[in-house]
Design a protein around this ligand. Structure first.
Ligand code: DSN
Length: 418
């Protein structure tokens, strides 16, 4: 792609970011490498169009083509997730959740959600987020014994608080989430069941995580994580909720939708419906299982004992009781390996320090890495963290990380433009 030279300051930085993404091992569980087709749609002239409303019901003229694009995205989302209705306008996963709350709740209504420090999300009722400030969230978590979602606690809280809504889904939970028992609890207490599939949407599309669409009333998700599309959110729901979801999104919350991003979402939904994508999704899980077992062999404790999905939550304390998530993130960053610090269940440290790190395999799998590469990555992580204060080790690990990335460039064509 030719880079315009009208704004050197910005395009130089974009080039630097292409290089950074191509030369570091990206293990942030919520990141990926979108395809060139997704990037092209995102960078298209559709960014010029105002299209408040929905296909066939817009406020401005000139939306004939945009209507077709948004319809295509909605149809493809419905097909992919076997849903009755889709709203592809949310600018982000957080906005998708906000929309669902706006559609079903009044301020002060009670909701059950997973607590952030047990793997939930800010929008699942954190006191620093609008969700925790506008609604009365009651938190559930994972059990002490096996660190899996505590169904008994959900049931107990549901009977005690009679929530209007139960939110399932997580951002740092390495296990399959079983919707059925929570659907039963929701039915018993008359609650709406919402599944936040932000992290696992690609795994659902690829058939390696059960699809919650049939059981949940509404499923929200992001399009840029395991689904590998553009940065954004989306909602699928049963037809009886279509009107209230659409109304809550626009005019309830957002203004003009980002049709360039919606076009890119349509591209990503199509990509995710392919057999190749199913193979990709299975490889993501195979890779995180290979990585977790190699790390466990070196003394790290995987929260819940392992993983069924794209992410691993590592309790660092068994490897080194003094090593915090914050320090590990910074040491690994210096060594060319990008992860994020993360609290572990019942963490005694604050989220800014944390006792764990979260690792995801979606991006490296897109690069074509396999289980053997995961063993190499585990070895690099162990060496960097074992010799935290040795700049020579960091430099050697960084060099090896770069070599590994160079053998699997995510964007060979973009590299040629640097
Ligand atoms: N920031 C996302 C994540 O990393 O999981 C959640 O919003």
């Amino acid at each position: 792609m030719p880079w315009p030279d009208t704004d050197g300051a910005v395009f130089r930085l974009i080039k630097q970011e292409i290089e950074r993404q191509s030369t570091s091992i990206r293990l942030i569980a919520s990141e990926n490498f979108a395809s060139p087709a997704v990037l092209a749609a995102t960078g298209s002239v559709l960014t010029n169009k105002y299209s408040e409303g929905y296909p066939g019901r817009r406020y401005y003229g000139g939306n004939k083509i945009v209507d077709k694009i948004e319809d295509l995205a909605r149809q493809r989302a419905c097909t992919l997730f076997e849903a009755d209705h889709a709203n592809v306008q949310p600018h982000a996963g957080a906005i998708a959740n906000m929309c669902v709350y706006q559609a079903f709740l009044k301020p002060g209504d009670t909701v059950l959600g997973m607590s952030l420090d047990h793997g939930g999300h800010l929008t699942h009722g954190s006191p620093v987020n609008f969700s925790g400030q506008h609604y009365r969230f009651v938190s559930y978590g994972v059990t002490d014994s096996d660190e899996r979602i505590d169904l008994a606690q959900i049931e107990e809280l549901a009977y005690e608080y009679h929530p209007k809504m139960i939110v399932l889904g997580a951002t740092a939970y390495p296990r399959i989430i079983d919707t059925k028992p929570v659907r039963e609890i929701a039915d018993e207490v008359g609650a709406v069941l919402v599944f936040d599939a932000a992290h696992i949407a690609g795994l659902i599309a690829g058939g390696v995580h059960p699809n919650p669409t049939e059981l949940a009333d509404v499923v929200t998700f992001t399009t840029h994580k395991t689904l590998r599309g553009p940065r954004g959110g989306a909602i699928v729901c049963k037809s009886e909720h279509a009107k209230s979801i659409d109304k809550a999104m626009f005019p309830g919350i957002q203004g003009g939708p980002l049709e360039h991003v919606i076009a890119a979402k349509a591209v990503a939904f199509e990509e995710a419906s392919s057999r190749l994508f199913a193979t990709y999704a299975a490889q993501i899980v195979a890779n995180s299982q290979a990585l977790v077992s190699a790390l466990a062999d070196q003394g790290f404790r995987p929260v819940s004992g392992g993983t069924d999905n794209h992410l691993i939550l590592i309790d660092l304390r068994t490897f080194d009781p003094d090593l915090t998530g914050k320090k590990a993130q910074s040491v690994l960053d210096d060594a060319g390996i990008v992860v994020n610090k993360n609290t572990i269940p019942n963490d005694s440290r604050s989220p800014f320090v944390a006792s764990g790190i979260r690792i995801g395999t979606a991006a490296v799998t897109t690069q074509g890495m396999d289980a053997d590469d995961m063993t190499v990555i585990a070895d690099l992580i162990v060496r960097a963290l074992r010799h935290q204060n040795d700049e020579q080790v960091a430099a050697k690990v960084r060099h090896e990380a770069q070599e590994l990335c160079a053998s699997r460039p995510p964007y060979p064509d973009l590299l040629k433009t640097l």
